[in-house]
Ligand binder design. Structure first.
Ligand code: WQD
Length: 329
């Protein structure tokens, strides 16, 4: 299949491009490289295009005879979205609208969209299933929720088929060490803890020690980036087998606290993680854990890197490999 990976130079997009290519699909990456990395585009041609430019999107869809789109592109910092809501609505909503309209005009009928557990806001119960109320508490979460609604209407009005994948906490790295997580600025827990362990970043701040959890620190459902990548391929198969448009939660169904993550990094790296106990970060729910059963059943998907130890190991190995390549170069 000819697949357009929008945002394929980014963290989850590049891991998915690799798996798509391994599975025999022809990958084209559309990315403006605003946050993605050119070095991460190794499994398909790069079309350096901004989603603000609908005509360019149409050109790419036609030039590569695209049959399906996987849409990862967007801004993804909850905190930043509180400072710059217009940027989030523009980049995540307006630009996704351009993509959908370009698909409609060029007759591309299938899309898999990166949505988010942040569309649920503060959950009323955990684990969270897909029918839980969606009440986002940030412009980021709202922007993803708005795109889900647009998908619904583009299906109703134009017959575009969709799957929305609501990610929990993406983490880990390519077990072959070719690609990994590299955000600027980095705000995610696991790379920051690894950086602290290796002395490359300051001591990690533990945001909140008074949550209603066994050790007082917040709990998240960390899912390996390769397991996220594989489910996108399953979602494409689902669409091409006439699956009904639907949203699926993507997590492991298991939760780990911030202190457990720190302990795991200490175990895997053999190094102490310097950390300071600190106040809660605004807007952080105490516990976010998915119920991933719908994805497992409907998409016939199974996470295979589903332990925190493997997640931390692959992230750490990638960190060591990129250090080596810096030394060699
Ligand atoms: C994890 C935990 C922090 C940094 C992210 C994305 C969001 C969504 C889910 C898809 C929290 C704590 C963190 C630090 C800490 N994914 N922490 N010290 O906020 O759960 O959400 O994944 O859309 O887009 O932002 O991830 O890695 O920032 O935090 O104590 O220095 O670690 O408070 O409990 P988060 P995170």
């Amino acid at each position: 299949m000819n697949v357009l990976v929008v945002g394929g130079a980014g963290y989850i997009g590049s891991h998915t491009a690799k798996q798509l290519s391994r599975a025999g699909h022809t990958v084209t990456v559309l990315d403006n490289l605003s946050t993605g990395h050119e070095w991460a585009v190794k499994w398909g041609l790069l079309e350096r295009v901004d989603l603000a430019n609908q005509q360019q999107i149409e050109r790419v869809l036609e030039a590569h005879n695209i049959e399906a789109v996987i849409h990862f592109a967007g801004s993804a910092y909850v905190g930043e979205s509180m400072q710059k809501p217009a940027h989030y609505f523009n980049n995540n909503v307006t630009n996704s609208l351009n993509l959908l309209e370009a698909m409609h005009i060029t007759g591309v009928r299938n899309i898999v969209f990166s949505s988010s557990c942040t569309t649920y806001g503060i959950p009323t119960q955990v684990p969270i299933a897909e029918d839980a109320p969606q009440n986002p508490i940030s412009p980021y979460g709202e922007s993803k929720f708005m795109v889900e609604k647009m998908l619904h209407w583009f299906h109703e009005c134009h017959g575009i088929k969709w799957v929305a994948l609501r990610y929990f906490n993406a983490s880990g790295a390519d077990p072959e060490g070719e690609i990994g997580e590299q955000h600027d600025p980095e705000t995610h827990l696991i790379p920051l803890v690894i950086g602290a362990a290796l002395g490359k970043r300051p001591p990690i701040q533990v945001f909140g020690t008074d949550y209603p959890t066994p050790n007082g620190t917040a709990i998240r459902d960390y899912i390996h980036v390769n397991d996220l990548a594989s489910v996108h391929i399953k979602a494409l198969e689902y669409l091409f087998n006439d699956g009904t448009p639907a949203a699926f939660n993507l997590g492991t169904g298991m939760g780990h606290s911030v202190l457990e993550v720190i302990k795991m990094v200490e175990k895997v790296s053999g190094k102490k993680v310097p950390h300071v106990l600190s106040n809660r970060r605004a807007g952080d729910p105490a516990i976010l854990i998915s119920n991933p059963n719908a994805a497992k059943t409907s998409l016939q998907w199974k996470p295979i890197f589903a332990s925190l130890e493997i997640i931390v190991k692959t992230a750490l190995e990638r960190e060591y490999q990129s250090q080596e390549s810096v030394l060699v170069n």
